[in-house]
Design a protein around this ligand. Structure first.
Ligand code: SAM
Ligand code: SF4
Length: 358
Protein backbone atom coordinates (compact mmCIF):
# COMPACT_ATOMS: atom_id res chain seq x y z
CA UNK A 1 0.00 0.00 0.00
CA UNK A 2 1.52 3.30 -1.07
CA UNK A 3 2.29 5.83 1.65
CA UNK A 4 1.51 8.67 -0.77
CA UNK A 5 -0.65 8.65 -3.85
CA UNK A 6 1.06 11.35 -5.88
CA UNK A 7 -0.98 13.51 -8.23
CA UNK A 8 0.50 15.88 -10.76
CA UNK A 9 -0.48 19.53 -11.25
CA UNK A 10 -3.53 18.47 -13.28
CA UNK A 11 -5.00 15.97 -10.83
CA UNK A 12 -3.65 12.85 -12.58
CA UNK A 13 -2.62 10.05 -10.26
CA UNK A 14 0.82 8.73 -11.28
CA UNK A 15 0.81 4.95 -10.91
CA UNK A 16 2.71 3.60 -13.92
CA UNK A 17 6.47 3.65 -14.54
CA UNK A 18 8.13 2.66 -17.82
CA UNK A 19 11.76 1.77 -17.36
CA UNK A 20 14.23 1.66 -20.22
CA UNK A 21 16.66 -1.04 -19.18
CA UNK A 22 19.07 -0.39 -22.05
CA UNK A 23 19.19 1.79 -25.13
CA UNK A 24 20.92 -0.98 -27.11
CA UNK A 25 19.00 -3.17 -29.49
CA UNK A 26 19.53 -6.18 -31.75
CA UNK A 27 17.26 -4.51 -34.38
CA UNK A 28 17.37 -1.07 -35.99
CA UNK A 29 13.72 -0.33 -36.79
CA UNK A 30 13.61 2.56 -39.22
CA UNK A 31 11.16 4.65 -37.15
CA UNK A 32 13.02 4.11 -33.86
CA UNK A 33 16.79 4.08 -34.31
CA UNK A 34 19.40 5.23 -36.81
CA UNK A 35 20.96 2.52 -38.96
CA UNK A 36 24.31 2.84 -37.19
CA UNK A 37 22.66 2.40 -33.77
CA UNK A 38 23.01 4.87 -30.92
CA UNK A 39 26.33 5.94 -29.39
CA UNK A 40 27.33 3.35 -26.81
CA UNK A 41 27.20 4.72 -23.28
CA UNK A 42 29.88 3.96 -20.75
CA UNK A 43 28.92 1.24 -18.32
CA UNK A 44 28.98 3.73 -15.44
CA UNK A 45 26.46 5.95 -17.23
CA UNK A 46 23.78 3.27 -17.05
CA UNK A 47 21.77 2.42 -13.98
CA UNK A 48 22.54 -0.98 -12.52
CA UNK A 49 19.74 -3.46 -11.74
CA UNK A 50 20.23 -2.63 -8.04
CA UNK A 51 19.84 1.09 -8.70
CA UNK A 52 16.70 0.56 -10.75
CA UNK A 53 15.23 -1.67 -8.05
CA UNK A 54 16.13 0.89 -5.38
CA UNK A 55 14.36 3.60 -7.37
CA UNK A 56 11.26 1.44 -7.79
CA UNK A 57 11.22 0.60 -4.07
CA UNK A 58 11.18 4.32 -3.29
CA UNK A 59 8.49 5.26 -5.79
CA UNK A 60 6.28 2.29 -4.88
CA UNK A 61 5.72 4.26 -1.67
CA UNK A 62 4.62 7.22 -3.79
CA UNK A 63 1.87 5.40 -5.66
CA UNK A 64 3.67 3.48 -8.46
CA UNK A 65 2.06 0.05 -8.68
CA UNK A 66 2.72 -0.98 -12.29
CA UNK A 67 6.08 -1.20 -14.02
CA UNK A 68 6.93 -1.85 -17.68
CA UNK A 69 10.45 -2.83 -18.74
CA UNK A 70 11.40 -1.63 -22.17
CA UNK A 71 14.31 -0.15 -24.08
CA UNK A 72 16.04 -0.45 -26.57
CA UNK A 73 15.54 -4.17 -26.43
CA UNK A 74 15.24 -5.21 -22.77
CA UNK A 75 16.10 -8.84 -23.53
CA UNK A 76 19.62 -7.97 -24.72
CA UNK A 77 20.38 -6.79 -21.18
CA UNK A 78 22.06 -9.45 -19.03
CA UNK A 79 20.44 -8.04 -15.93
CA UNK A 80 16.85 -8.40 -17.11
CA UNK A 81 15.98 -11.65 -15.28
CA UNK A 82 17.48 -10.62 -11.90
CA UNK A 83 15.83 -7.23 -12.32
CA UNK A 84 12.39 -8.79 -12.79
CA UNK A 85 12.96 -10.92 -9.70
CA UNK A 86 14.05 -7.87 -7.67
CA UNK A 87 11.00 -5.87 -8.77
CA UNK A 88 8.71 -8.81 -7.96
CA UNK A 89 9.89 -8.66 -4.36
CA UNK A 90 8.93 -5.00 -3.90
CA UNK A 91 5.75 -4.49 -1.87
CA UNK A 92 3.18 -2.45 -3.78
CA UNK A 93 4.35 -3.47 -7.26
CA UNK A 94 1.31 -5.35 -8.54
CA UNK A 95 2.07 -5.66 -12.22
CA UNK A 96 5.35 -6.18 -14.12
CA UNK A 97 5.25 -6.16 -17.90
CA UNK A 98 7.85 -6.07 -20.66
CA UNK A 99 7.90 -4.78 -24.25
CA UNK A 100 10.14 -6.74 -26.61
CA UNK A 101 10.76 -7.40 -30.27
CA UNK A 102 10.38 -11.08 -29.32
CA UNK A 103 13.60 -12.35 -30.92
CA UNK A 104 15.13 -13.64 -27.68
CA UNK A 105 11.88 -14.55 -25.97
CA UNK A 106 11.86 -18.25 -26.92
CA UNK A 107 15.16 -18.66 -24.99
CA UNK A 108 14.23 -16.44 -22.08
CA UNK A 109 10.51 -16.92 -21.49
CA UNK A 110 10.98 -19.69 -18.91
CA UNK A 111 13.41 -17.66 -16.78
CA UNK A 112 11.32 -14.50 -17.05
CA UNK A 113 8.22 -16.43 -16.04
CA UNK A 114 9.98 -17.92 -13.06
CA UNK A 115 11.34 -14.52 -12.04
CA UNK A 116 7.76 -13.24 -11.85
CA UNK A 117 7.09 -11.36 -15.09
CA UNK A 118 3.31 -10.97 -15.56
CA UNK A 119 2.89 -10.11 -19.20
CA UNK A 120 4.56 -9.12 -22.47
CA UNK A 121 3.98 -6.93 -25.49
CA UNK A 122 5.67 -8.02 -28.71
CA UNK A 123 6.31 -5.70 -31.62
CA UNK A 124 5.33 -6.89 -35.08
CA UNK A 125 4.80 -4.43 -37.93
CA UNK A 126 4.16 -6.77 -40.83
CA UNK A 127 3.61 -10.43 -41.72
CA UNK A 128 5.63 -10.07 -44.90
CA UNK A 129 9.09 -11.54 -44.25
CA UNK A 130 10.89 -9.24 -46.67
CA UNK A 131 9.17 -6.13 -45.39
CA UNK A 132 9.90 -7.21 -41.81
CA UNK A 133 13.62 -7.39 -42.59
CA UNK A 134 13.52 -4.00 -44.30
CA UNK A 135 11.69 -2.26 -41.43
CA UNK A 136 13.77 -3.81 -38.63
CA UNK A 137 16.99 -3.76 -40.74
CA UNK A 138 18.38 -6.71 -38.71
CA UNK A 139 15.37 -8.82 -37.82
CA UNK A 140 13.62 -11.89 -39.21
CA UNK A 141 9.87 -12.39 -39.18
CA UNK A 142 10.08 -15.92 -37.79
CA UNK A 143 11.81 -14.56 -34.67
CA UNK A 144 8.86 -12.31 -33.78
CA UNK A 145 6.35 -15.08 -34.53
CA UNK A 146 8.31 -17.53 -32.37
CA UNK A 147 8.35 -14.88 -29.64
CA UNK A 148 4.55 -14.65 -29.73
CA UNK A 149 4.26 -18.45 -29.58
CA UNK A 150 6.63 -18.58 -26.60
CA UNK A 151 4.67 -15.86 -24.78
CA UNK A 152 1.46 -17.84 -25.20
CA UNK A 153 3.10 -21.14 -24.30
CA UNK A 154 4.49 -19.77 -21.02
CA UNK A 155 1.12 -18.33 -20.05
CA UNK A 156 1.93 -14.61 -20.00
CA UNK A 157 -1.45 -12.94 -19.87
CA UNK A 158 -2.44 -10.88 -21.71
CA UNK A 159 -0.13 -11.15 -24.72
CA UNK A 160 -0.27 -7.98 -26.78
CA UNK A 161 1.17 -7.35 -30.24
CA UNK A 162 2.26 -3.78 -31.10
CA UNK A 163 2.15 -2.57 -34.70
CA UNK A 164 3.36 0.91 -35.62
CA UNK A 165 1.43 1.98 -38.70
CA UNK A 166 2.95 4.23 -41.36
CA UNK A 167 0.89 4.93 -44.45
CA UNK A 168 3.65 4.65 -47.00
CA UNK A 169 4.79 1.29 -45.65
CA UNK A 170 1.44 -0.13 -46.84
CA UNK A 171 1.38 -2.83 -44.17
CA UNK A 172 -1.23 -5.57 -44.36
CA UNK A 173 -3.04 -4.35 -41.25
CA UNK A 174 -6.01 -6.67 -41.75
CA UNK A 175 -3.67 -9.67 -41.87
CA UNK A 176 -2.18 -8.54 -38.55
CA UNK A 177 -5.61 -7.90 -36.98
CA UNK A 178 -6.61 -11.39 -38.08
CA UNK A 179 -3.98 -12.88 -35.74
CA UNK A 180 -6.48 -12.12 -32.96
CA UNK A 181 -9.06 -14.49 -34.39
CA UNK A 182 -7.39 -17.84 -33.70
CA UNK A 183 -5.07 -16.82 -30.86
CA UNK A 184 -5.77 -15.03 -27.59
CA UNK A 185 -3.61 -12.07 -28.58
CA UNK A 186 -4.45 -8.39 -28.53
CA UNK A 187 -3.17 -6.71 -31.68
CA UNK A 188 -2.74 -2.98 -31.15
CA UNK A 189 -2.17 -0.47 -33.92
CA UNK A 190 -0.10 2.53 -32.85
CA UNK A 191 -0.07 5.78 -34.78
CA UNK A 192 3.51 6.56 -35.80
CA UNK A 193 4.99 9.32 -33.61
CA UNK A 194 7.80 11.58 -34.87
CA UNK A 195 10.06 10.81 -31.91
CA UNK A 196 13.76 11.48 -32.38
CA UNK A 197 13.12 13.65 -35.39
CA UNK A 198 13.72 17.19 -34.27
CA UNK A 199 12.32 18.52 -37.50
CA UNK A 200 8.70 19.51 -37.33
CA UNK A 201 6.70 16.76 -38.90
CA UNK A 202 5.35 17.93 -42.20
CA UNK A 203 8.25 20.31 -42.78
CA UNK A 204 10.74 17.61 -43.64
CA UNK A 205 10.16 15.94 -46.98
CA UNK A 206 13.17 15.51 -49.16
CA UNK A 207 16.15 17.73 -49.82
CA UNK A 208 17.52 19.68 -48.04
CA UNK A 209 16.41 17.92 -44.84
CA UNK A 210 16.92 14.33 -45.83
CA UNK A 211 20.25 12.59 -46.09
CA UNK A 212 21.70 12.42 -49.57
CA UNK A 213 20.23 9.63 -51.62
CA UNK A 214 16.99 9.29 -49.70
CA UNK A 215 14.76 10.02 -52.64
CA UNK A 216 16.59 7.50 -54.80
CA UNK A 217 16.87 4.67 -52.24
CA UNK A 218 13.54 3.33 -50.97
CA UNK A 219 12.30 6.65 -49.54
CA UNK A 220 9.48 4.82 -47.75
CA UNK A 221 12.09 3.49 -45.31
CA UNK A 222 13.42 6.93 -44.35
CA UNK A 223 11.43 8.62 -41.59
CA UNK A 224 13.21 11.86 -42.49
CA UNK A 225 11.11 11.77 -45.63
CA UNK A 226 7.82 10.95 -43.90
CA UNK A 227 5.28 13.66 -43.34
CA UNK A 228 2.01 14.20 -41.50
CA UNK A 229 0.05 12.26 -44.12
CA UNK A 230 2.00 9.13 -43.11
CA UNK A 231 0.18 9.05 -39.78
CA UNK A 232 -2.90 6.90 -40.30
CA UNK A 233 -5.57 8.09 -37.84
CA UNK A 234 -6.96 5.24 -35.77
CA UNK A 235 -10.56 5.91 -36.85
CA UNK A 236 -9.61 5.55 -40.50
CA UNK A 237 -7.65 2.35 -39.85
CA UNK A 238 -10.42 0.81 -37.75
CA UNK A 239 -12.98 1.46 -40.50
CA UNK A 240 -10.65 -0.18 -43.05
CA UNK A 241 -10.00 -3.27 -40.93
CA UNK A 242 -13.65 -3.59 -40.06
CA UNK A 243 -14.67 -3.42 -43.74
CA UNK A 244 -11.98 -5.98 -44.64
CA UNK A 245 -13.39 -8.25 -41.92
CA UNK A 246 -16.85 -8.07 -43.44
CA UNK A 247 -15.48 -8.84 -46.90
CA UNK A 248 -13.56 -11.82 -45.50
CA UNK A 249 -16.67 -13.14 -43.71
CA UNK A 250 -15.43 -12.71 -40.13
CA UNK A 251 -17.66 -9.71 -39.58
CA UNK A 252 -17.09 -6.09 -38.66
CA UNK A 253 -15.12 -5.02 -35.60
CA UNK A 254 -17.39 -4.78 -32.55
CA UNK A 255 -16.67 -2.63 -29.49
CA UNK A 256 -15.31 -4.58 -26.52
CA UNK A 257 -17.81 -4.18 -23.70
CA UNK A 258 -15.45 -4.54 -20.73
CA UNK A 259 -12.81 -2.11 -22.07
CA UNK A 260 -10.30 -4.76 -23.15
CA UNK A 261 -7.47 -6.80 -21.67
CA UNK A 262 -5.93 -5.89 -18.34
CA UNK A 263 -3.44 -3.04 -18.39
CA UNK A 264 -5.57 -1.57 -21.17
CA UNK A 265 -3.93 1.88 -20.89
CA UNK A 266 -4.69 4.30 -23.67
CA UNK A 267 -5.80 1.74 -26.30
CA UNK A 268 -9.44 1.45 -27.44
CA UNK A 269 -10.33 -2.20 -28.00
CA UNK A 270 -12.56 -3.89 -30.60
CA UNK A 271 -12.99 -7.50 -31.66
CA UNK A 272 -14.23 -9.75 -34.45
CA UNK A 273 -17.31 -11.66 -33.27
CA UNK A 274 -15.75 -15.13 -32.87
CA UNK A 275 -12.21 -13.98 -32.07
CA UNK A 276 -10.16 -15.23 -29.13
CA UNK A 277 -8.34 -11.90 -28.86
CA UNK A 278 -9.00 -8.25 -29.61
CA UNK A 279 -7.84 -5.43 -31.87
CA UNK A 280 -6.74 -2.18 -30.22
CA UNK A 281 -5.98 1.30 -31.46
CA UNK A 282 -3.61 3.76 -29.82
CA UNK A 283 -4.21 7.28 -31.09
CA UNK A 284 -1.22 9.14 -29.70
CA UNK A 285 -1.36 11.63 -32.56
CA UNK A 286 -5.00 11.97 -33.65
CA UNK A 287 -6.66 11.85 -30.25
CA UNK A 288 -4.41 12.65 -27.32
CA UNK A 289 -5.02 10.72 -24.13
CA UNK A 290 -3.02 13.19 -22.06
CA UNK A 291 -5.88 13.88 -19.65
CA UNK A 292 -5.72 10.21 -18.58
CA UNK A 293 -1.93 9.86 -18.69
CA UNK A 294 -0.76 8.17 -15.48
CA UNK A 295 2.82 7.40 -16.54
CA UNK A 296 6.37 8.47 -16.07
CA UNK A 297 9.53 7.17 -17.74
CA UNK A 298 12.97 6.32 -16.37
CA UNK A 299 15.70 6.22 -19.02
CA UNK A 300 18.58 3.75 -18.99
CA UNK A 301 20.98 6.53 -17.95
CA UNK A 302 18.87 7.42 -14.94
CA UNK A 303 16.73 10.34 -16.02
CA UNK A 304 13.04 10.76 -15.23
CA UNK A 305 11.05 11.89 -18.22
CA UNK A 306 7.52 13.07 -17.35
CA UNK A 307 6.30 13.09 -20.98
CA UNK A 308 7.42 11.07 -23.99
CA UNK A 309 7.17 14.12 -26.24
CA UNK A 310 8.90 16.65 -24.00
CA UNK A 311 12.66 16.91 -23.61
CA UNK A 312 12.26 18.05 -19.98
CA UNK A 313 14.26 15.55 -17.94
CA UNK A 314 15.08 15.05 -14.25
CA UNK A 315 18.34 13.16 -13.59
CA UNK A 316 18.34 10.88 -10.53
CA UNK A 317 21.42 8.72 -11.18
CA UNK A 318 23.81 10.69 -8.99
CA UNK A 319 21.38 10.85 -6.06
CA UNK A 320 20.69 7.12 -6.40
CA UNK A 321 24.40 6.37 -6.52
CA UNK A 322 25.04 8.52 -3.47
CA UNK A 323 22.33 6.61 -1.59
CA UNK A 324 20.50 9.90 -1.01
CA UNK A 325 16.89 8.65 -0.97
CA UNK A 326 15.51 11.99 0.19
CA UNK A 327 17.05 13.71 -2.84
CA UNK A 328 15.78 10.98 -5.19
CA UNK A 329 12.25 11.54 -3.90
CA UNK A 330 12.62 15.30 -4.15
CA UNK A 331 13.60 14.98 -7.82
CA UNK A 332 10.81 12.45 -8.42
CA UNK A 333 8.17 14.74 -6.94
CA UNK A 334 9.50 17.68 -8.91
CA UNK A 335 9.25 15.62 -12.15
CA UNK A 336 5.62 14.82 -11.35
CA UNK A 337 4.84 18.42 -10.47
CA UNK A 338 6.22 19.45 -13.88
CA UNK A 339 4.45 16.82 -15.95
CA UNK A 340 2.93 18.84 -18.80
CA UNK A 341 -0.85 18.97 -19.22
CA UNK A 342 -0.60 17.62 -22.75
CA UNK A 343 2.00 16.77 -25.33
CA UNK A 344 2.97 18.78 -28.34
CA UNK A 345 3.14 16.37 -31.25
CA UNK A 346 4.30 18.93 -33.78
CA UNK A 347 7.88 18.89 -32.55
CA UNK A 348 10.15 15.89 -32.51
CA UNK A 349 12.46 15.04 -29.62
CA UNK A 350 16.20 15.16 -29.09
CA UNK A 351 16.46 11.48 -28.09
CA UNK A 352 15.45 8.57 -30.29
CA UNK A 353 12.57 6.37 -29.11
CA UNK A 354 15.05 3.59 -28.30
CA UNK A 355 16.84 5.98 -25.89
CA UNK A 356 13.67 7.09 -24.12
CA UNK A 357 11.93 3.76 -23.73
CA UNK A 358 8.81 3.36 -25.85
N1 SAM B 1 12.56 -3.22 -28.43
C1 SAM B 1 11.27 -3.37 -27.86
C2 SAM B 1 10.20 -3.47 -28.91
O1 SAM B 1 10.46 -3.13 -30.06
O2 SAM B 1 9.10 -3.87 -28.57
C3 SAM B 1 10.92 -2.34 -26.84
C4 SAM B 1 11.32 -0.93 -27.13
S1 SAM B 1 10.42 -0.16 -28.46
C5 SAM B 1 11.09 1.45 -28.42
C6 SAM B 1 8.81 -0.02 -27.72
C7 SAM B 1 7.68 0.23 -28.68
O3 SAM B 1 7.80 1.52 -29.24
C8 SAM B 1 7.61 -0.74 -29.84
O4 SAM B 1 6.32 -1.31 -29.90
C9 SAM B 1 7.85 0.13 -31.03
O5 SAM B 1 7.19 -0.35 -32.16
C10 SAM B 1 7.34 1.46 -30.56
N2 SAM B 1 7.89 2.59 -31.30
C11 SAM B 1 9.19 2.84 -31.56
N3 SAM B 1 9.32 3.98 -32.25
C12 SAM B 1 8.07 4.47 -32.44
C13 SAM B 1 7.54 5.63 -33.08
N4 SAM B 1 8.33 6.50 -33.66
N5 SAM B 1 6.19 5.81 -33.08
C14 SAM B 1 5.38 4.91 -32.46
N6 SAM B 1 5.83 3.81 -31.83
C15 SAM B 1 7.14 3.59 -31.82
FE1 SF4 C 1 14.82 -1.97 -31.25
FE2 SF4 C 1 12.33 -1.94 -30.42
FE3 SF4 C 1 13.41 0.25 -31.46
FE4 SF4 C 1 12.91 -1.79 -33.04
S1 SF4 C 1 11.37 -0.61 -31.92
S2 SF4 C 1 14.83 -0.62 -32.99
S3 SF4 C 1 13.25 -3.52 -31.73
S4 SF4 C 1 14.01 -0.71 -29.61
Amino acid sequence: MAVHDLHDGFGRSITYLRISVTDKCNYRCVYCMPEEGVAARGHDELLTAEEIARFVRLVANEGISRVRLTGGEPLVSHRIVPLVAALRAIPGIEDISLTTNGALLPHMAADLCEAGLDRVNISLDTLDAEQFSRITRLGRLEQALAGIDAALEYGFDPVKVNTVVVRRLQQDTFGLARLSVDRPVHVRFIEYMPIGNEETIGACKNEPHCPPGVSGSAPELHPEAWDASDIVPSDELRAQISAAGETAGIGPLLPVADGGPSGAGPAQYWRFAQAKGTVGFISAMSNHFCSRCNRLRLTADGTIRPCLFSDDEYPVREALRAGDDARVLEIYRSAIAHKPEEHDTTDGTARFMSQIGG
